[in-house]
Design a protein around this ligand. Structure first.
Ligand code: IPE
Ligand code: IPE
Ligand code: MG
Length: 241
């Protein structure tokens, strides 16, 4: 029996896959637990997906872990998520190094609690020389925050005479986003059935293939990830041509 992984054409892999990891709360409630339990189990899915991406040879994997709007959740849930972030980064750093994974982060990291930001920067620093998969965590991220920031920066640079209005191009804008060194996603996956983008990478997904699955994030495993890649490969991308 051939597995879904074997059906993937390794010569036509998406370079960058972005995931909206949704449904932790619903997954937990369905089983009679509290939402936090869902977040805790979501860590296993992060580990599995990162491993799957590294194994098959994906270059960039971006995970939407916490949105700007998620700061408005009950304080107890926000605290639990931040704690989970700190513990996970701490525990997983050796594995990231072992698997040649480089950690990156996008978002308004200044809003993270001090110890979370510190652990994150440390993990980014100690994995920075790795040459395999780039794992990008979107933390306190929202696309409108990012675009607003880029606009402010560009306006300042125009005022300072670094650019003229005519210099403002597609590329210049891309170069002022937090994703400036990262290619646009080829594939975006959202788990748990909602078919919306929730303020994630709005500029970058202009021609990204969208893939929605009913599977809740804590139940998402390697084969779910490979299935998404396989279905991506059945599509024809025309880029308006
Ligand atoms: C995704 O799961 C995790 C975060 C947004 C931090 P949710 O917490 O959104 O779970 P649901 O969507 O309410 O089930
Ligand atoms: C999107 O999920 C954000 C993350 C996965 C981090 P949400 O659960 O916050 O989005 P909505 O509220 O369903 O749009
Ligand atoms: Mg949700």
């Amino acid at each position: 029996m051939s597995s879904i992984k074997e059906k993937i054409d390794k010569t036509r892999l998406p370079k960058h896959i972005a995931i909206i990891m949704d449904g932790n709360g619903r997954w937990a409630i369905e089983q009679g637990y509290d939402r936090i339990f869902g977040h805790q189990n979501g860590v296993t899915s992060v580990r599995e997906t990162t491993e799957a991406a590294a194994e098959i040879g994906i270059e960039y994997l971006t995970l939407y872990a916490f949105s700007t709007e998620n700061w408005s959740r009950p304080q107890q849930e926000v605290d639990a998520l931040m704690e989970l972030l700190i513990d996970t980064i701490e525990n997983e750093t050796p594995t990231l190094n072992k698997n040649n994974v480089r950690l990156m982060a996008i978002g308004d990291l200044s809003r993270l609690p001090g110890n979370a930001a510190e652990k994150l920067q440390r993990c980014i620093a100690v994995t920075s020389e790795n040459t395999g998969l780039a794992l990008v965590l979107a933390l306190s991220y929202s696309s409108r925050w990012e675009i607003t920031n880029a606009m402010k920066q560009i306006c300042t640079e125009v005022q300072e005479g670094k650019y003229t209005i005519e210099d403002i191009t597609d590329e210049l804008i891309s170069g002022h986003l937090t994703t400036k060194s990262i290619p646009d996603p080829d594939l975006m996956i959202r788990t748990s059935g909602e078919e919306r983008i929730s303020n994630f990478l709005l500029w970058q997904i202009a021609y990204t293939e969208l893939y929605f699955t009913q599977t809740h994030w804590p139940a998402f495993r390697k084969d779910n990830f490979y299935q998404a890649i396989y279905e991506f490969q059945q599509r024809e991308r025309r880029f308006g041509k």
